[in-house]
Design a protein around this ligand. Structure first.
Ligand code: PLP
Ligand code: TYF
Length: 400
């Protein structure tokens, strides 16, 4: 009976927030979870979100069930944001788009599709990757293995390793790629490297599977951050893409995202969509409406859309400023001659510091700086005012 149930380990990312909440020290700093904070380190609700919510109240929108595939206006908007409204795949109706429970739920639905229609097919994921990827494929019973990605020696991309591991994967594997702002490393391939990755994936008959959790949040430009996905789509490949609005619209708790499957014909897209709906029905039946309406309203209204872009630039800009200040503080304080420029090369919400587990623990135990044990820090949870303190803590972690 339930007596026999064993204790589950805490989540390596969300467990950090739990430990942070329990710490009473005034200097404590939560750089664990990837969630945007203001310079005052407070959560931030975007103005455009509040405006969209006001519109929804004024209109008296109801709470009826959505169709299984989600809100039509959202599905249209989300595909257009991802591919660009003029993309031929949209005109040719070759994309099956289904609203999902944010990025995680959309990935999980895609995993269920792979398990059912590609039995035995493997997903290859980067080493390292967002920790939840492994949980998702394990629970969906989809076999996975890793390809090399991060090179600790250069604190950069192990491009040769990546290419040779993707080549070595069985033909027809799914290759999981982060669309932009790779989590946790903050290291993305260059446009030339993306082309070579696409070459190998095509050669091997693999299927690219994108996780797009940071569109617009990495560079501040929605189009630039979708360039990797669009490059594959332009090659007429079949592509799988999971999207999330947690970060770029700050809708973390609304659970809004989508799964898109680019197919070779409109007919195939219709069939794939029918199967995605069939998978969703017994899992959660239909998705929540609130976040979908917010996205549809923001993207569908030119004024709100422009305001959103400005707020995204503001958020991305604040993170860049903090990144610069942390680099400056470390370079000024550190007498060891270590080159900290990798911090400036990384993009997105995180910095992969190269600190090991013992150093991460020292940061937490002595300095009350909470971070994941892999050495990742969320710069979105850092303020300019706290950069010097963090630099002192990081340098101190090398002397213990
Ligand atoms: N994928 C990556 C790489 C992420 O970093 C995240 C969130 O941190 C997600 C997916 C999913 O987040 P959510 O389920 O909130 O959309
Ligand atoms: O910080 C990260 O990498 C994410 C954050 O349901 C997160 O793990 C937290 C909760 C959740 C999805 C993502």
């Amino acid at each position: 009976r339930f007596d026999g149930v064993t204790m589950a380990p805490p989540d390596p990312i969300l467990g950090v927030s739990e430990a942070f909440r329990a710490d009473t020290n005034a200097m404590k700093l939560n750089l664990g979870v990837g969630a945007y904070r203001t310079e005052e380190l407070q959560p931030y609700v975007l103005d455009v979100v509040k405006k969209a919510e006001n519109l929804m109240l004024e209109r008296g929108d109801n709470k009826e069930y959505l169709p299984i595939e989600g809100l039509a206006a959202f599905n249209k908007a989300t595909a257009e944001l991802l591919f660009g409204a003029d993309n031929p795949v949209i005109k040719q109706q070759r994309v099956a788009t289904v609203q999902g429970l944010s990025g995680t739920g959309s990935l999980r639905l895609a995993a269920a599709l792979i398990e059912r229609y590609f039995p035995g097919a493997k997903v290859v994921i980067s080493s390292p990757t967002w920790g939840n990827h492994k949980n998702i494929f394990n629970d969906a019973r989809v076999p996975w293995s890793e390809y090399r990605y991060y090179d600790p020696k250069t604190v950069g991309l192990d491009f040769e390793g990546m290419i040779s591991d993707i080549k070595a994967a069985p033909d027809g594997s799914f290759v999981l790629l982060h669309g932009c702002a790779h989590n946790p490393t903050g290291i993305d391939p260059t446009p030339e490297q993306w082309e070579k990755i696409a070459d190998v994936i095509q050669e091997k008959n693999h299927i690219p599977f994108f996780d797009v959790a940071y569109q617009g949040f990495a560079s501040g430009s929605l189009d630039a951050d979708a360039a990797s996905v669009r490059l594959f789509v332009a090659r007429d490949m079949e592509v799988l893409i999971a999207q999330s609005y947690s970060k770029n619209l700050g809708l973390y708790a609304e659970r809004i995202g989508a799964i898109n499957v680019v197919c070779s014909s409109a007919d195939a897209a219709t069939r794939v969509k029918s199967q995605l709906k069939r998978l969703a029905r017994p899992m959660y039946s239909n998705p929540p409406v609130h976040g979908a309406r917010i996205v549809a309203n923001v993207v569908g209204d030119p004024t709100l859309f422009n305001e959103w872009k400005a707020e995204m630039e503001m958020m991305a800009g604040r993170i860049k400023n903090v990144r610069q200040k942390l680099f400056d503080s470390l370079s000024a304080k550190d007498k060891s001659g270590k080159d900290w420029s990798f911090i400036l090369k990384q993009i997105g919400m995180f910095s992969f510091t190269g600190l090991n587990k013992a150093q991460s623990e020292h940061m937490t135990n002595k300095w009350h700086v909470y971070m994941t044990k892999d050495g990742r820090i969320s710069l979105a949870g850092l303020s300019l005012a706290k950069c010097e303190y963090l630099a002192d803590a990081i340098i101190d972690s090398f002397h213990n």
